[in-house]
Design a protein around this ligand. Structure first.
Ligand SMILES: [Zn+2]
Length: 1003
């Protein structure tokens, strides 16, 4: 019989003919036959099965074997004996040896027929040893899958006791070496199937014997934490973790994170590799294990590992959101990573360049999974915007990408942000910040945030960018006997000459700190600015008093006298004058008082009384002029307005023209058609203003933002509009010698060189007794015309006293101002939030050297408005920006609102003196160079910084070399260009380094 079958198989007949012949042989062998005949048939079919060179041969072999198993069980059992199996497993069969891929299938096939036989237990015990031996030889995924299939079906063959633990560990090592060689979809599916079979066996073993779980996991951790292997372990290991019971998670993680024998580098390696597991498809609970380990590390304060791992892997995790098959796991890991990484914007900023593309492709996908992912992503992004404000230029493209998605409310954001942050203390993390920050491309230097000190940083940068002021400060001589001014000089000099990307203003902060400010808390930047300017002014005045004494003792040469008797620097730069006139409504007596100011605090007009000022406004309205209609600087002769009416801009069109006359002519006659009730407005003082203002405003109705858009000129017009003092605000008239109703009006009599405007956004809510913020968007003109009341050429004599002068005034001039800086407050109350500053450098050369000729003028204006570079100062980060970004900031980020504005006066007659003084200084000394001590200190510090940089670069190189490499095969599988992402995203975050790299410098 065996001869016939062999002859048929070896013949050259076509397969269908062979098939027919074989059928007949098979029918025949079902009949009883002698054992010798059986043996040779079993030998032949074994040979066909294990060595057959065609699938046909192997199938015939298999079929014959099965017939013998069924019809001749005794003979089969005798043939399929322990010794034969041992030789099969150890030596293999025929020329293929033990590498023959069919040995395991053959054993699998035979086992089913001997299960009940007496020799079965011997065979099982043989297999228990032999499978262990096999897995120690590290077979590939296919072989492992075969072993696993065999053992899953025949659990009697699973090694027991210590051998079982060893078997599990060795099997895990095998998985760790699995590679999917092909990129074809079928091959990948097959690979996944193999891996699942192997991990499925582990699951079965663990279920039956829970004591083998922990040793298995230990082995797994050893593999993934190993820093010695050249090649990273396979991501297929992820499939093992999904079968670990979740109730063991806490204990496992606790043991791992508290194990002192695990070094940081090992832990770092392990967690990075685990994070790569998010790309393992269809795995359950993998994200839970990753997050559990991240949380465990946070619990033991291993922040350096967490920071490194997050920055290393976050883009990779993000890129997995593209693939539905791994999306859910990747998203939950991403959410955890970002919401825990709150000490710095760095991780979030790595993702910014990738967000628009991902959103676009998720939108295109149009599936439930994509929609839900988009919604969660939008929620996350808004939370990050909330947490890290002050980067409008970086955030705008992202905002644009997610604008159609729902915006979470603030409570939800706070809830999300409150969940997983490692720590609320920024400083706790400062020392874990080994990253090098490079100096901004802008060439400008940032200021380190010393714990909610962005209010000061923004003001300092705005003052620094006020170049006339900066030049004057830098030009001060060493012996100026003004300690605070000297400190400012040093700070400015470092901001100009340091090589560092950012410097610490610690010394200046402690010197300029208003005593009532509580350390570490957010403060009102406008309050700080006022305090600072006042201190600097007083300091210089004190110096002058000392000079007076010196002069009396004749120690001061005459030439310096004039200098010391001039205005203080603060007065020259920021000082303006304002005339307040109060007219008693009974006797019509007018009293006026001139006051100096360094900034104007502008209240918001009540929105429902918007038209009020049209009824009786008598001053020249402030104008906003766009770049296209800028007029050349007005010559002294043409400065006086022939008729203010021509200059009047009606705030609302369609209303009848109003009788407008200069305030001197008409101002204090009986005003007709006054509205009742009167809108009350007390003086412009920041604090007392709230009480007397329209109650609607005080009760925060404005905070919702009104429909009517406001502009800075609107606010100035409101500021300059007359106000009636009545009821509890009645005015004490000296002439009447009693309290009377009165009308009060303010006029600018001297425009400051730098005009500082504070928008009074913080109103006091009497109901809640809290300060509330008015979030209205206020449009900010690049160029502003301010009406300044001046004495006419003839009457403006020097010797006149103030009142006489006021009376003789007969005209307004329009003083033109260019926008220099905008300090933005981001947040909903003055005690919280963040400040950042937009600024550009307006100089005399850019503003005053305009030709008078009309045609050329427009080019020059363009230069002024468009070519002067805008910068965005956000603590340590300085970036290029634009006026567009300044103008749009509130519409993109509703709680980011302009708060303090700096305008610079274009040269005109009034300000000639200052301009000349400044340009003289520049002409004489070139760019001001700081004094010798200061220059030495700066160059010393630059050398120190260079040394720090070198040291850090060395440390970092050493650190990086210990980091794990990415696993190889998976990269090809999902076709994400692994390395492209990490380098592409670095740009925006560079320069945002924390204080760790700057601790050397305090001055
Ligand atoms: Zn009176």
């Amino acid at each position: 019989m065996d001869k016939i079958l062999e002859a048929v198989m070896m013949s050259s007949y076509p397969n269908n003919v062979k098939q027919g012949l074989v059928r007949r042989v098979i029918e025949a062998i079902k009949q009883p036959m002698d054992s010798e005949q059986c043996w040779s048939m079993l030998e032949l079919s074994t040979k066909l099965y294990l060595m057959g060179d065609t699938k046909f041969k192997r199938e015939i072999g298999k079929e014959v074997l099965e017939v013998y198993g069924h019809y001749h069980p005794e003979e089969f059992e005798e043939f399929f004996n322990v010794r034969f199996l041992l030789s099969l497993l150890q030596e293999g069969y025929g020329p293929a040896g033990k590498r023959s891929p069919y040995v395991l299938d053959y054993i699998h096939l035979g086992l089913q027929f001997i299960l009940e036989s007496p020799s079965a237990s011997d065979i099982f015990s043989l297999l228990r040893i032999e499978v262990l031996r096999k897995v120690c030889e590290r077979p590939g995924p296919k072989q492992c899958a075969k072993i696993s299939k065999l053992l899953s079906l025949h659990p009697q063959c699973v090694p027991t006791g210590k051998h079982q633990i060893l078997f599990c560990q060795q099997l895990i090592r095998c998985i760790g070496q699995f590679q999917c060689i092909s990129e074809g979809e079928d091959d990948i599916m097959e690979f996944l199937d193999h891996v699942n079979k192997v991990s499925g066996l582990l699951q079965k073993i663990w279920r039956a014997q829970t004591s083998s779980i922990l040793p298995s996991l230990k082995e797994l951790f050893t593999i993934i934490s190993s820093t010695e292997e050249q090649e990273a372990p396979s991501n297929a290991l992820a499939s093992v973790v999904q079968y670990v019971p979740l109730e063991l998670m806490d204990g496992v993680i606790r043991n791992l994170t508290n194990d002192d024998s695990i070094t940081d580098v090992q832990m770092m390696t392990a967690i990075s590799r685990m994070i790569d597991w998010v790309s393992w498809p269809l795995g359950k609970n993998i994200d839970k294990w990753i997050i559990a380990l991240l949380k465990g590390l946070a619990a033991v304060k291993k922040f350096s590992i967490l920071i490194e791992v997050t920055l290393l892997k976050i883009e990779k995790v993000f890129s997995k959101l593209l693939y539905p098959i791994v999306r859910d796991g990747a998203l939950s890991v991403l959410l955890y990573m970002l919401l825990s990484f709150q000490h710095s914007h760095e991780a979030f900023h790595l993702l910014l360049p990738h967000i628009p593309r991902l959103v676009a492709s998720l939108n295109k996908e149009d599936s439930n999974s994509a929609t839900s992912c988009l919604e969660q992503l939008a929620e996350l992004i808004h939370s990050m915007f909330f947490r890290f404000s002050g980067f409008p230029d970086l955030y705008e493209p992202v905002m644009e990408a997610i604008k159609a998605l729902p915006i979470p409310n603030e409570d939800r954001i706070k809830h999300l942000l409150g969940q997983n942050a490692w720590t609320s203390q920024k400083n706790e993390l400062a020392c874990f910040y080994p990253r090098l920050a490079s100096k901004s491309d802008t060439g400008k230097i940032g200021l380190i945030n010393l714990g909610n000190t962005c209010y000061m940083n923004s003001i300092i940068q705005a003052l620094f960018m006020a170049s006339d002021f900066r030049h004057s400060v830098l030009n001060l001589t060493e012996s100026n006997s003004q300690p605070l001014m000297t400190k400012l000089q040093w700070l400015f000099a470092f901001l100009e000459h340091s090589q560092r990307p950012a410097i610490s203003p610690e010394g200046f902060l402690s010197a300029s700190w208003p005593p009532w400010f509580s350390p570490g808390a957010q403060q009102d930047c406008s309050e700080y600015l006022k305090y600072l300017l006042d201190r600097l002014h007083e300091e210089e005045k004190t110096g002058k008093r000392i000079y007076q004494k010196l002069k009396e003792s004749n120690l001061m040469p005459q030439a310096e006298e004039r200098h010391y008797l001039n205005k203080t620097l603060i007065e020259k730069m920021f000082g303006g004058k304002m005339m307040t006139k109060i007219r008693c409504l009974k006797c019509l007596n007018v009293s006026s008082r001139e006051e100096a100011f360094t900034d104007l605090s502008l209240a918001f007009p009540p929105s429902n009384r918007h038209v009020r000022r049209q009824s009786h406004i008598a001053v020249l309205p402030v104008e906003e002029i766009g770049p296209q209609i800028i007029e050349p600087p007005i010559k002294p002769q043409s400065q006086l307005m022939e008729s203010p009416r021509r200059q009047r801009k009606h705030p609302v069109s369609g209303l009848p023209p109003i009788q407008l006359l200069p305030i001197e002519t008409v101002g204090f006659q009986e005003a007709e058609g006054q509205e009742t009730p009167f809108i009350l407005r007390s003086d412009r003082d920041h604090v007392s203003l709230e009480k007397a203002k329209d109650p609607l405003l005080a009760f925060g109705e404005q905070t919702c933002g009104s429909e009517d858009s406001r502009s800075v000129p609107d606010l100035i017009n409101y500021f300059l509009s007359p106000e009636v003092l009545t009821s509890e605000n009645k005015y004490h008239c000296e002439k009447c010698a009693s309290l009377q109703d009165a009308e009060k009006v303010a006029e600018l009599t001297e425009g400051p060189h730098y005009l500082v405007l504070t928008l009074l956004r913080f109103s006091f809510d009497l109901r809640t007794m809290k300060r509330k913020k008015i979030l209205d968007n206020v449009s900010i003109p690049l160029v502003l015309k301010l009406p300044v009341l001046v004495a006419s050429e003839d009457s403006g004599e020097v010797g006149q006293n103030r009142n006489d002068r006021a009376a003789s005034c007969n005209g307004f001039v329009s003083v033109v101002y260019d926008l220099c800086s905008v300090v933005v407050h981001s947040g909903v109350s003055s005690e919280s939030g963040h400040y950042y500053c937009y600024a550009r450098e307006c100089t005399s050369t850019s503003a005053s050297s305009q030709p008078r000729d009309g045609a050329q003028k427009s080019t020059s204006d363009k230069q002024l408005d468009f070519e002067i570079q805008w910068y965005l100062f956000n603590d340590t980060r300085v970036s290029f920006s634009s006026f567009e970004s300044v103008s749009n900031v509130t519409s993109f980020f509703p709680k980011d609102t302009a708060y303090v504005l700096f305008y610079r006066q274009r040269p005109c007659k009034q300000s000639w003196a200052v301009h000349e003084a400044v340009s003289d200084a520049v002409r004489l000394h070139g760019e001001p160079s700081p004094n010798k001590d200061l220059m030495e200190a700066i160059s010393k510090d630059n050398i120190l910084y260079l040394q720090e940089q070198e040291k850090e670069a060395r440390n970092r190189a050493a650190y990086i070399s210990t980091l794990p490499k990415s696993p190889l095969w998976w990269r090809d599988f999902d076709r994400d260009k692994d390395d492209e992402g990490s380098s592409g995203g670095c740009g925006p975050a560079a320069g945002g380094g924390g204080s760790g790299s700057f601790h050397g410098l305090v001055f």
